[in-house]
Ligand binder design. Sequence first.
Ligand SMILES: [Zn+2]
Ligand SMILES: [Zn+2]
Length: 332
Amino acid sequence: MALPKATLLSLLPLIAPTIAWGTLGHDTVAFIAQSFISNKTASFAKTLLNDSSDTYLANVATWADSYRYTTEGAFSAPLHYIDALDDPPASCDVDFERDCPEEGCIVSAIANYTNRITPSNISIAERQKALKWVIHFLGDIHQPLHVENLEIGGNGINVTFDGVTTNLHHIWDSNMPEKLIGGYSLSDARTWSEELVAEIQSGKYANASSAWLNGIDIKDPVASAMVWAQDANSYVCTAVIPLGQEAVEGKELEGEYYDAAIPVIQQQIAKAGVRLAAWLNLIVEGKTNSGGYETSDQTVKRGEAKLKDWMVEARRVRRAFGYNCGAEGHKH
Ligand SMILES: [Zn+2]
Ligand SMILES: [Zn+2]
């Protein structure tokens, strides 16, 4: 029996759990990067990933969100974000020593796995994983709520979107990008990436995009990732909760909020793709520090930061929450 198309479509969200940025966001970032990486980097990635298709980066862009749910990969769950202990919307900032705890964070993870992609003394399997993590984390670090502690990256801020009860983190990861594009398939991601690549090459990002690579230094991946983290975190104050948490709590955000957020989402996805391409080119053609750790348990060294009581409590709440991203069926 054939179900009406509308019924099938309404069942889709139940069948396919949304994965953060959302599959759509991660796949789009990967496709943009594919457009900008060098031939040498492309062939390096195809060989390491053992995938000669024209979707070779997009095919692995959400692997990290599945792997974190395996026993073997559970250690990697806290590596998808950094909980900036700042005070939005009054002040936004990220501090590596303050905000990246012992279990690691997205900044230490980018640094660690960047150094594990090329060394020939590391197994192919581990080098593949390192590349897949870097592809994924370069996406996540551009989602403002992956660079914010407040209410567990917005997971604790309940909102409504198009009449559906969800949370602020989830609408930034998935609902808003999917509303813009009208789906989350691989071909939707390809279409979105083509639009953004055109904007980068000769459209609204043509001027700004040259500055997107400022601050990138392959010899200092922590500093490089912190530039991206600071950039994304600044949008928590200006676009995510510009009028404070109370202004969005319990509200329907499809409307003015969505209209204001979409340009930020588009630009962050575009930036992530451009930066991922540049970073992979540097990894393959430049010189990385080699080594790193297989499981990011012993992450990049950092000094002791003095935390205020509320910061200690915020970190306890995040750990009690279980490192994941909240809402049922939401894998980020
Ligand atoms: Zn993730
Ligand atoms: Zn997320």
